[in-house]
Design a protein around this ligand. Structure first.
Ligand code: PLP
Length: 244
């Protein structure tokens, strides 16, 4: 419910626009450093805990792709979003919630099991659509993280390709927090190599990697989508009752 959110102050809005200008500059710099162009990079605004008012401010300033983590939060906010906003799902998705979002998002970044791919396939076929997805890779090998292990990725890709109503457009990763740039470059280069290897057999064009702390390095390593939350909207304040 949008009413959970207090109206934003002018100072908050100014801060978002300043951060947006800064992010665009850093994206431009990373593109220049790696011989890429800014048109090749999608800047996604990650919306969790952020008020629709601030989200719409970003949309009005050209950030039209929104990343949603939580089904309930998304459903409660989406009626407040600008009509030209394009929503993609980036959070962990339970199979029983697929039906609630299948007709409301343009890309699901977080497919990491056959079970989830099958649920998406069924729901998409029912809707008469083809749902583009990314396979989420657990590049850091962290036990606590979702995502498929790199060595299981070719198998998952092959299996998902057999399902109707679903198309794999690329890969996504959430690496461990990395402060050292050299570490960021190493991990993102590894992702890029995985992506390039699979692309020899399967046409894929989307590499979703890079968040607030590491998007410049991700772009230098070939990211086509960077998912940015706190660097744009400020530190997240989680409400006392957080919903799935
Ligand atoms: C929260 C989140 C982000 C954005 O994180 P920041 O560090 O705030 O930019 C990106 N991707 C996913 C999957 C997220 O859950």
């Amino acid at each position: 419910m949008a009413s959970e959110f207090a109206p934003c102050s002018e100072a908050q809005k100014t801060a978002v626009l300043e951060r947006l200008a800064d992010i665009r500059q850093k994206i431009a710099d990373a593109c220049r450093a790696s011989g890429r162009t800014e048109q090749d990079i999608t800047l996604m605004a990650v919306t969790k805990t952020v008020s629709p008012e601030l989200i719409n401010l970003a949309v009005d300033h050209g950030v039209t792709v929104l990343g949603e983590n939580r089904v309930q939060e998304f459903l409660s906010k989406r009626d407040s979003y600008r009509a030209n906003a394009e929503v993609q799902f980036i959070g962990h998705l339970q199979t029983n919630k697929v039906k609630q979002i299948i007709d409301k998002v343009t890309l699901i970044h977080s497919v990491d099991s056959l079970h989830l791919a099958e649920a998406i396939s069924k729901a998409a076929v029912q809707q008469g659509i083809v749902m583009p997805v990314l396979l989420e890779v657990n590049i850091g090998g962290e036990a606590s993280k979702s995502g498929v292990a790199p060595d299981m990725l070719p198998q998952l890709l092959d299996a998902v390709r057999q399902f109707p109503g679903i198309r794999t457009d690329g890969l996504m990763t959430i690496p461990p927090p990395m402060t050292e740039e050299s570490e960021q470059l190493r991990v993102f280069t590894e992702m890029r190599a995985l992506f390039d290897r699979l692309r020899q057999d399967v046409p894929m064009h989307t590499l979703s990697m890079g968040m607030s702390g590491d998007y410049a390095a991700a772009i230098r390593c070939g990211a086509t989508v960077v998912r940015i939350g706190s660097a744009l909207f400020g530190a997240r304040a989680y409400p006392p009752k957080s919903e799935g």
